[in-house]
Ligand binder design. Sequence first.
Ligand code: URA
Length: 270
Amino acid sequence: MTKPTKSTEAASPLPAESAGAGASASAATAERVQKYLSRAGVASRRGAEEMIRAGRVTVNGQVVCTLGDKVCPGTDEVRVDGARVDPPTALWYLALNKPPGVVTTLDDPQGRTTVARFIPDGAPRLFPVGRLDYATTGLLLLTNDGEFAHLLMHPRHHVPKVYRAEADGVPDAEDLRMLREGVDLDDGKTAPAEARVVRALSDSSVVEITLREGRKRQVRRMLSAVGHPVRLLTRVGYGPIALGRLAEGSVRALSDAEVAALRASATGGR
Ligand code: URA
């Protein structure tokens, strides 16, 4: 596959810091080790606490023993399992319109196209916030801000994700009720969701579903369970961010306001 042409929006998706978001960490401020590790994308804060408890983390060669220990970014040397960990100094927040046939990872052992192909030249290593299936298209956020990514993905924060599915047939009122109230899947009943038919055709429909959880292939499984298998699936919204007119295969930088709004959607403004 050839590298897709990027839109003009993608020509220089500056890191938020360069664009003035001012969200990067100050090198001088001491912070808890678990926060440092989380910012670096090593794990969530809770995961980092487990690493500390397991004795896997050292600061300046000393094993960290307590969860209250602090480090000075840029001064102290932090390692996990012997590998040095440095949080990013410039934070990047991008929105990608993921094309179909792309894996939501940075490396694929099977050699398939990954989202790494769409990360602009000059960008640091950016991680996808959550996953879209290989065939699913649409809005995927990419960042090197580990804390931010964990915040958005935390199941307790219930950030809404909006999907548009082209499905077989047209869901009736009972199907929509089940989609909204909960569908029994093999990994349990789904949480309350929003569902509506956007367009009804003779043998297919466009259904919009808003989820506040993120299980594997959830929209596909929910629609199949009510008798309307998905033909095409696109994510059109993530919290306050809309896919809008971003072309397939293009990326754009999120604005300061968008990053702040995403953060607020996960924390409820706390
Ligand atoms: N639900 C799915 O079924 N697939 C996705 O990629 C995302 C949500």
